[in-house]
Design a protein around this ligand. Structure first.
Ligand SMILES: O=P(O)(O)OC[C@H]1O[C@H](OP(=O)(O)OP(=O)(O)O)[C@H](O)[C@@H]1O
Ligand SMILES: O=c1cc[nH]c(=O)[nH]1
Length: 182
């Protein structure tokens, strides 16, 4: 199976503007930064959460806590994976109790990653509320999960793949849609 690039959906400017808008939406919905915390899902959710933290700092003059979640051990397909999963670190260096946590990921598709992230979070503490921010919502949910903040809604077919690239992981910023071909 090969992936063929079909179209560029977002360039670096579009990603930057989406992050700026989402930062404002988070502040509006939560009426400021009180008890707010950001938790990125590894891998690309983490740099996106960091960018939101920086933007919120720019707007409000205060740094909100930032954490990183590895959901590998919480995946619902863990027992069926062919290869030994690589476990990265979960780093949430603050108490989640009573926090308004904004989970951050790059793509929302079936919702299974977010389901796993909710389990992982709730094992660490008891947030007051958990919200979800994603750069791309491509539809095809298999669980009753929705995002509170969306960079871009992209209607897709299941034969398509969304590729999100971020500078911190991939050396460039961009979002493309690709076709799966046999
Ligand atoms: O809603 P879902 O169906 O769970 O899909 C969304 C997830 O899929 C991707 O991760 P992937 O498992 O491809 O790993 P990667 O981020 O390391 O590429 C993406 O980063 C999301 O976390
Ligand atoms: O198309 C998709 C689906 C899940 N995760 C991605 O990164 N892209």
């Amino acid at each position: 199976m090969k992936l063929l690039n079909k179209a560029l959906l977002m360039d670096d400017d579009a990603i930057r503007r989406a992050i700026t808008r989402i930062a404002h939406e988070i502040l509006e919905k939560n009426e400021g930064i009180e008890n707010l915390a950001l938790v990125g899902i590894r891998r690309r959710g983490v740099p996106l959460a960091k960018r939101l933290q920086e933007k919120i700092q720019e707007i409000e003059g205060t740094t909100v806590p930032l954490g990183a979640l590895d959901i590998t051990l919480y995946r619902d397909d863990l027992t069926t994976l062919d290869v030994q999963p690589v476990i990265h670190k979960t780093e949430v260096p603050f108490s989640l109790n009573g926090k308004k946590v904004v989970l951050v990921d790059d793509v929302l598709y079936t919702g299974r990653t977010v389901r796993a992230a909710l389990d992982a979070l709730i094992d660490i503490g008891r947030p007051q509320v958990i919200q979800l921010a994603v750069l791309i919502d491509r539809g095809h949910r298999e669980l009753p999960i929705r995002a509170d903040y969306v960079g871009k809604n992209v209607p897709t077919s299941k034969r398509e793949v969304i590729s999100v690239r971020v500078m911190e992981v991939d050396g460039e910023d961009g979002v493309s849609i690709q076709d799966m071909v046999d």
